[in-house]
Design a protein around this ligand. Sequence first.
Ligand code: NAD
Length: 499
Amino acid sequence: MSNTIGHFINGVDVADDNRPAPVYNPATGVLTKHVAMASKATVEDAIAAAEAAFGAWRDTPPAKRARIMFRFKQLLEENADEIAAAITDEHGKVLDDAMGEFGRGVEVVDYACGIPEMLKGEFSRNVGPGIDSWSDFQPLGVVAGITPFNFPAMVPMWMYPMAIACGNTFVLKPSEKDPTAPMIVARLFREAGLPDGVFNLVNGDKEAVDTLLNDPRVQAISFVGSTPVAEYIYSTGTANGKRVQALGGAKNHAVVMPDADIDNAVSALMGAAFGSCGERCMAISVAVCVGEETADTVVAKLKAEIANLRVGPGTDLSNHMGPLVTDVHYDKVKGYVDLGVEEGADLVADGRKLVVDDYEKGYFLGPCLFDKVTADMRIYQEEIFGPVLCVVRAESEEQAMQLIDDHEYGNGTCIFTRDGEAARYFADNIKVGMVGINVPLPVPVAYHSFGGWKRSLFGDLFAYGPDSVRFYTRRKTITQRWPSGGVREKAQFAFPGRQ
Ligand code: NAD
């Protein structure tokens, strides 16, 4: 089969026609290509290539690694249009959103260009007479990344630029649903001068993931995806002695206080709930309105805005929202809308009726808005990952915060208010990893770190930013003395104490 995306191992494209999986254009529903599902042996080849490349890469001066990152960043920017087009073709998101995701990924490459500064370590002179001590941050070896469909360029870039800049070698297993963008990027890395074997990519499914989880040569795993798989990756990987960070699902709440600038809050909610068809781990899927009057106003304004939202193929720049990623996902999200009606929530906007002319086979679901959602409903408790916004009514900020704290997920949240005291109290106390104040999608910039609390992250360290240096390196502390002046030391049998 010629139109099958294979793997990228040891600096070359590897064809593989054994177990191809279909890839569709979600706007048209047309099968466009296949992607190879790697066998255990193929993944082992990638691990072997990464292990063979590790020694020389580890010893490559960080400044030289940074120079390759600079070239890589330049190539990424030169090829941005092609990469964004590939994302829209396979994921469905509108082109400027694809460009936005790509840009946020490139920011991590920017950050990785500063790696020499980050690996300077810590030094203490004269910790004892003539004794110096320092801590060094050494790379781990072969590390792996397993990534989801919703950000095919950006989420892998949360991982490999920093892992590789720190001196590790990498095996990426991207999502099988939109494999083209990661493959383009792999080839650009080679063009930037990255030595063969430092970055490898295997396409695949559970067989590939399980091989990475069980192979003793893999030292660490970064995962981003749904919570059940994140939990599996974390428990299996750590049981096998690996360092693991596994970022999972989300149900992000926005609290709208009565004193908020309601027009601004509504327009922020529109983008945060329906951008990328709600397929973002930071999407706002619950709006908690404090007070009945706030809720009535927010729901009325959202309904009016929804009527003007344009849904269609992501290649048409006038559209705000594209299709869902697959027909299976479409059925799942639509099933949740059906469920919400059965559960008794008030369906104010019903996207199930949407038909996009000339794209009747696409996986389009219009924006859906539920009012009067309560905490016992499954549409409130579970991650839907589609264009479905639930409005919950609360009596006070405390009650809104209690809802958020009681939810199993704790990825992102935000509050809309003009009251600094209420905002500060919220940010200080809420049990969520990333908080926005009048900012609906508080995705940290590349020089901070990204992660959730509770069942949105398994592990101790966030992705990218300063935490990534900690995750992708291992501390070694060296204490050194060089005898001088020909003085012979007497043996000391007491524990070395205060000098
Ligand atoms: P997913 O969990 O289905 O897949 C993620 C990766 O795991 C893919 O590479 C997939 O091939 C692999 N995988 C799937 N099932 C597996 C299994 N049983 N065993 C081993 N590997 C398996 O997630 P998805 O549908 O691709 O992505 C959407 C999910 O990702 C949502 O839950 C979303 O919230 C989450 N997400 C979280 C973040 C975050 O930062 N917390 C960011 C993006 C996406």
